[in-house]
Design a protein around this ligand. Structure first.
Ligand code: PLP
Length: 423
C-alpha cells in the first residue's frame, strides 16, 4: 500500500523525533513536580526554567513574560477573560469594550461572545475579500472603554497574514493620544483620552504564524501573544501566552484607597504557578518538547518558508491549469505572488462540489485534507471565516483547506494532482 499523504498541518503536526527525545526523560526518571524542593523537583524546575528561557529568547522577551498553558485555547481565554476581569476590577463604572477581528479562531470568537453575554460591548472588526483587517477602520473604533483588541497574525483557514505591526503602531499611538490617522470630521474624531494609557491591550494569536514569521512582540507592538506547541511539531498539551511585563506588573496605586490591580487576572485559583497567572502543575514533558520545537522552528523558519512557497505556488498553478473554474479563498497568489499568505496554505473553492464529500473521497484515496478548521469540520458547521470574506454559504461548503508541512514533497503533490484529476 502507498503511504498516506497528510495535508492538514494547520490542524496538527507530527511530533519531531528530536522533540520526542527532549521529552522522554521527563516521563520517567525526571518525573518530579516543579514545585517540590527535593532533587526530583529540582530536575523538573530546571527543565521548566530552560523551556521558559528558550521561549523568551526566541520572542526577545523576558523570562517572566512567558506563561505556559495547556492549549492555545486556554491562552486565548486567559488573554481575553483575564484582561476584562482586571479592567472591571479597576474600573467598575465603565462598560468594557472588546474589538475582535471577524475571522478569529473560535477560541477567541466564542470567548469574546461569552464576555459580551456577561455585559461587555463586542465589536467584530470586518475584513476585506482577501481577509485583511483595515487598521484605519480599527483606529476609528478605539475609544476610552476599549480594553482589548485581538487580531490574529495568520488565519488558520485561508492563511491571510494580517498587518500586525501597523495595528500595533496605531494602538500605541492611540495610547499616547496621537495618531497618523487623526480624522477631523466631527463624526469620527473621537480622540477621547484612554481610561489608562495601558489600554487598549493588543492581543495577537500567532498559533499559525510562528513557524513562518517573526513573532517578536517588540516588533509586532503587541502586549499579549498566543503560541501552540502542536502546530509546530511539538506535543499537544503545551502552549504559551506571552504577557508584556508592564501589563503583568502590579501597578502602583494612586492612593492608599485604590486597590492594587494587575492588568491581567488569572482564571484559575490554586497553587499560583506561572507567576500567579496559571495555577496547576505544569506539564513538564510537554513544555520541554514545546521548547525544543521552538528552537527547531527558529532554525528552520527561513529555509522552510521558502521551500513551502515554491511547493504551494507550483501546485496551485498546475491545479489551476487543469481546472480553470477553481478559485483561491484569501489572497490570490497568482495576481499577487508576494501577497500576505502563509507559505503552507491553500484554501480552494471547487464550484459545485461538496467539500465534505471531497474530504471523504480524498481520504479513501489516502490523502488527508480538511474542510475548514478541525473544530468546525467535526461539528459540520459552515465556516464563519469564509463567509466573513463575503463568500456565500454555498462557496464556504465547497471549499477545501490544504496545508503543507515539513514532510510535504513534490512527489507527494504530483500524486495529489493525479487524484484530483480523477475526482
Ligand atoms: N488559534 C488558532 C489560530 C488555531 O489555529 C488554533 C487551532 O486550530 C487554536 C487557536 C487553538 O489551538 P489549541 O488546539 O492549542 O487549543
Amino acid at each position: 500500500m502507498r503511504p498516506r499523504i497528510y495535508l492538514d498541518y494547520a490542524a496538527s503536526t507530527p511530533v519531531d523525533p528530536r522533540v520526542l527525545s527532549a521529552m522522554r526523560p521527563y516521563f520517567t526518571e525526571k518525573f518530579g513536580n516543579p514545585g517540590s524542593l527535593h532533587a526530583e523537583g529540582q530536575a523538573a524546575i530546571a527543565a521548566l526554567d530552560h523551556a521558559r528561557e528558550t521561549l523568551a529568547a526566541s520572542l526577545g522577551a523576558d523570562f517572566r513574560e512567558v506563561i505556559f498553558t495547556s492549549s492555545a485555547t486556554e491562552a486565548n481565554n486567559l488573554a481575553l477573560r483575564g484582561a476584562l476581569r482586571a479592567f472591571r476590577e479597576a474600573h467598575p463604572d465603565l462598560r468594557p469594550k472588546l474589538i475582535v477581528s471577524a475571522v478569529e479562531h473560535e477560541s477567541v470568537l466564542q470567548t469574546a461572545r461569552d464576555l459580551a453575554r456577561a455585559g461587555a460591548e463586542l465589536v467584530l472588526l470586518p475584513v476585506d475579500a482577501a481577509g485583511l483587517v483595515d487598521p484605519r477602520r480599527l483606529f476609528r473604533l478605539l475609544d476610552a472603554r476599549t480594553v482589548l483588541v485581538s487580531v490574529m497574525f495568520a488565519n488558520n483557514e485561508f492563511g491571510t497574514i494580517e498587518p500586525i505591526s501597523d495595528i500595533g503602531r496605531i494602538i500605541a499611538d492611540f495610547r499616547n493620544g496621537r495618531s497618523k490617522f487623526e480624522v477631523r470630521s466631527s463624526k469620527t474624531s473621537r480622540l477621547e483620552p484612554p481610561a489608562s494609557n495601558a489600554y487598549p491591550l493588543f492581543h495577537v494569536d500567532a498559533v499559525q504564524a510562528f513557524q513562518f514569521l517573526d513573532c517578536r512582540p517588540e516588533f509586532l507592538g503587541c502586549d499579549l501573544l498566543t503560541l501552540s506547541s502542536h502546530k509546530m511539531y511539538g506535543p499537544k498539551g503545551a502552549a504559551a501566552l506571552y504577557v508584556r511585563s508592564s501589563q503583568f506588573a502590579v501597578r502602583r496605586p494612586a492612593s492608599r484607597l485604590e486597590p492594587r490591580t494587575r492588568l491581567i487576572e488569572p482564571l484559575l485559583t490554586g497553587g499560583g504557578q506561572e507567576f500567579g497567572l496559571r495555577s496547576g502543575t505544569e506539564n513538564v514533558p510537554a513544555v520541554a518538547g514545546f521548547a525544543r520545537a521552538v528552537e527547531l522552528a527558529d532554525e528552520m523558519r527561513v529555509r522552510e518558508s521558502a521551500r513551502l512557497i515554491r511547493l504551494r505556488d507550483v501546485f496551485w498553478k498546475a491545479l489551476r491549469q487543469k481546472h480553470e473554474q477553481m478559485r483561491l479563498n484569501g489572497v490570490d497568489i497568482i495576481a499577487e505572488p508576494k501577497g500576505p499568505r502563509l507559505p503552507n496554505n491553500l484554501n480552494i473553492w471547487f464550484p459545485g462540489r461538496s467539500a465534505e464529500e471531497l474530504v471523504a473521497r480524498l481520504d479513501m484515496a489516502g490523502i488527508s485534507v480538511s474542510a475548514g478548521s478541525a473544530c468546525a469540520s467535526r461539528a459540520g458547521k459552515i465556516s464563519g471565516a469564509l463567509t466573513a470574506l463575503g463568500h456565500s454559504p454555498a462557496r464556504a461548503r465547497q471549499s477545501l483547506r490544504l496545508t503543507f508541512g515539513r514532510a510535504t514533497a513534490f512527489s507527494e503533490l504530483r500524486r495529489v494532482l493525479a487524484v484530483f484529476r480523477k475526482l
